[in-house]
Design a binder for this molecule. Structure first.
Ligand SMILES: Nc1nc2c(ncn2[C@@H]2O[C@H](COP(=O)(O)OP(=O)(O)OP(=O)(O)O)[C@@H](O)[C@H]2O)c(=O)[nH]1
Ligand SMILES: [Mg+2]
Length: 327
């Protein structure tokens, strides 16, 4: 059985006062709309304008549709695939009205995103180990704090692991969060081997009966082979110690990077088999639509979205809501 990170009646331990709109859903919809503004525009205004008054689907309409999708932030590959599918439908006689094409596009974007449920099955694994990776500054440590806060609020015993040993400030940052959330942390001095820190942490998790272990790693460029090897070593180390670990490998992507997020996801996935994505900073960008291309190209679910810097600003991703807001 799955275990959801979020519950509607979650009591939050945060001492910050989040924007009321943010928690009531109004603010969330606003953030989502802002982050996915381009996708919203494509699926509504531009396609509506295109099909307005048109009764049949001809080559011109398909061509213009393709142009709209390609100039969007869905990504070129996703746009091509969608058009090919529309052409095949028209050929088979399954879509004889432009309205049907619009409905098909919306439905297929939904299906590209709704591949996997947004739950983390922690119940079968004790401790449940999550490793969080990504390029520099995407929001890994902040996302970890948000997740830890939610799990703690649900009564889970969380152990944070400071495996970003590259900078002393990174260890301190996680320590500050652990105090604020009131959860345990495993750390060593900066410069320590991150695999050694993780080894200690898994041992500690057994001794302390931790439910969930969340490992923070140093930001790294997806193109740096030696740094990717370091992450592989961390994963090997824990797999030897605890069968099945890590149970979740989360890649954190910064929505403001747009198309570059796809190459990050592709390379991190090749090296480390990502199990879930987190898309952060959706509160400050109009480039969030790239995630549709990533989910469909790599078949990895988007688990969470970050919509601000506060501890409450993390939401499970809901494909239905995503498509609803683009209506
Ligand atoms: N607006 C906004 N800012 C965010 C979000 N998530 C993280 N940030 C901010 O992004 C900045 C970097 O966040 P960190 O969590 O330190 O990023 P990181 O990936 O751990 O960075 P490195 O460890 O240096 O690679 C901080 O200023 C965060 O407050 C978000 O969802 N929205
Ligand atoms: Mg960090």
């Amino acid at each position: 059985m799955g275990f959801s990170l979020f519950k509607k009646d979650t009591k939050n331990k945060s001492d910050t006062q989040p924007d009321e709109n943010q928690t009531t859903g109004k603010g969330l919809l606003k953030s989502l709309k802002k982050g996915l503004a381009k996708t919203h525009e494509i699926l509504t205004i531009r396609i509506d304008d295109l099909i307005l008054g048109k009764k049949e689907i001809d080559d011109n309409l398909i061509e213009e549709l393709e142009e709209i999708l390609i100039t969007s932030d869905l990504g070129v590959k996703t746009a091509h695939t969608l058009i090919e599918q529309v052409q095949a439908m028209v050929k088979r006689g399954e879509a004889d009205k432009p309205e049907l094409v619009k409905k098909y596009l919306k439905d297929s974007i939904y299906h590209k995103l709704a591949t996997v449920e947004n739950t983390i099955p922690i119940s079968d694994n004790h401790p449940f180990v999550i490793i969080v990776i990504g390029v520099n500054g995407t929001g890994k440590t902040t996302t970890i704090a948000k997740m830890a806060n939610n799990y703690t609020s649900l009564g889970k015993k969380v152990l944070l692991v400071a495996a970003d040993t590259f900078r002393a400030a990174a260890i301190e940052q996680l320590e500050v969060w652990s105090k604020r959330i009131d959860c345990e942390i495993i750390k060593q001095d900066s410069g320590a081997d991150p695999s050694a820190v993780v080894y200690d942490a898994i041992k500690a998790a057994h001794n302390r009966n931790s439910d969930i272990v969340i490992i923070d790693t140093a930001g790294r460029m997806h193109t740096k082979v030696n740094l990717m090897e370091e992450l592989k070593k961390i994963k090997r180390t824990m797999a030897k110690q605890l069968a099945g670990a890590p149970h979740e490998t989360l890649l954190v992507l910064d929505a403001t990077t747009g198309q570059n997020a796809l190459s990050q996801a592709t390379m991190f996935n090749e090296a480390l088999e990502i199990s879930g994505l987190v898309l952060t900073k959706l509160d400050g960008t109009a480039k969030g639509g790239i995630v549709i291309g990533i989910c469909s190209a790599l078949n990895i679910p988007l688990q969470y979205i970050g919509i601000g810097e506060q501890i409450d600003d993390l939401r499970p991703f809901d494909a239905e809501q995503f498509i609803d807001v683009t209506r």
